[in-house]
Design a protein around this ligand. Structure first.
Ligand code: PLP
Length: 379
């Protein structure tokens, strides 16, 4: 059987990794400044994480959600403490799209309405209820025949207000910092007005922290830069450091009832072990502090490259923008300089999403390699 060929692949086969270094089958070392789309939050093969995962695998990796699982309780408690959202409840699932599906479902149940507001260039996943914009094509797969999604430009609160006042909207879903779309973000003024206008119209505000959460922006959740209180927060990627786990953090305004939501794999023992290990390591290694320190260093160091138009993003969720398509540059950085970076729908943007353990030497290495690559491409 062949693989269904939907991903363009670089000719590299990683077989091993440690912290921010990846090794291919020939033992060649690569610097990982992309974390596999921001998934590797605490570094590859982190020793405490691996110990916990191996022990859990030897004990119990999975049993049904109909049986008590104290690891889910431990994970929820630790996540509440680390994020500061102690009065929210946690629903566990297995991916970002699933988290957003469940959040949209909750919003729809809660309000008895169905229309969703999302933003131009946003990305919320690729399953039936999720909403995605890829290559400027809006891919909208509604929850049910009645559901529709309206896309609006960021930072234009009057447009949001007039849509919400029509009375048929259940939720506004927004990334605090756009990932795939290219690192655009709403202003604090916009986020605060969005919360106000949602409250005034009984519309659920969903913050999609699938990519920006878990310390990546320099705060546990990126919405915390704006002093707002969302109704629902979705998370995945960095939550399991490579083990698939996602979650919806649900504010006290929602009432749980048996059968309202459900999943087979979400919250398995092994998934919870991964989730707990990530939070423990983030705390023990002060990774949010490291994120802020290295981010500050990055913004300074990158000034050495005059070809850069701007650096977008926050913390270690960054986009380096040029005034040309960076595909060849990115390829050169991977194949010749052995540094992984990411692309975005904005073709002029090089995305930098390293493990949160990254150090300033790695940033120096990146800046030098980027300078060299730019000179070679211009020669
Ligand atoms: N939301 C955001 C902001 C994302 O960046 C992504 C994935 O890139 C998703 C949702 C979908 O997550 P998953 O691929 O785990 O379904």
């Amino acid at each position: 059987m062949n693989l269904f060929d939907v991903y363009p692949l670089y000719p590299i086969t990683p077989v091993k990794a440690l912290d921010c270094t990846i090794y291919d089958e020939n033992g060649v070392e690569y610097l990982d400044l992309y974390s596999g789309h921001g998934v590797i939050s605490i570094g590859h093969a982190q020793p405490d994480y691996n110990t916990k995962m191996k022990a859990q695998l030897d004990n119990l990796s999975f049993y049904s959600n109909a049986i008590q699982n104290p690891l889910q309780v431990e994970l929820a408690e630790k996540l509440g403490q680390m994020s500061g959202l102690t009065d929210y409840s946690l629903f566990l699932c297995s991916s970002g799209a699933e988290a957003n599906e469940n959040a949209l479902k909750l919003a729809s149940f809660h309000t008895n309405k169905s229309r969703v507001i999302a933003f131009d260039n946003s990305f919320h996943g690729r399953t039936s209820a999720a909403v995605a914009v890829t290559d400027n094509k809006k891919i909208v797969a509604p929850l049910n025949a009645q559901q529709s999604v309206t896309f609006l430009p960021l930072n234009q609160i009057d447009l949001v207000k007039s849509e919400l006042e029509k009375g048929d909207v259940c939720a506004v879903i927004i990334e605090p910092i756009q990932g795939v779309g290219g690192l655009d973000q709403g202003t604090t003024e916009f986020f605060q007005a969005l919360q106000e206008v949602c409250n005034a119209n009984n519309v659920i505000l969903i913050l999609d922290e699938v990519q920006s959460g878990y310390g990546r922006s320099g705060k546990f959740f990126a919405f915390q830069h704006h002093n707002i209180t969302p109704d629902l927060v979705t998370t995945a990627k960095g939550m399991g450091n490579g083990f698939p786990i996602g979650g919806v953090l649900i504010s006290p305004k929602f009432q749980a009832s048996y059968g309202l939501l459900g999943t087979t794999f979400g919250g398995s023992h092994l998934a919870c072990a991964a989730g707990i290990a990530v939070l423990d390591v983030m705390k023990n290694l002060n990774l949010i502090e490291n994120t802020n320190k290295v981010s500050e260093y990055f913004f300074e160091a990158i000034k050495a490259i005059p070809e850069i138009k701007q650096v977008k993003g926050k913390g270690l969720m960054l986009g380096v923008e040029f005034d040309f398509d960076v595909s060849a540059l990115r390829k050169k950085m991977i194949i010749e300089k052995h540094i992984f970076t990411g692309g975005a729908n904005n073709k002029n943007l090089l995305r930098i999403l390293p493990p949160l353990t990254v150090n300033t030497e790695a940033i120096d290495k990146f800046v030098k390699a980027l300078q060299k690559s730019l000179a070679e491409l211009n020669a």
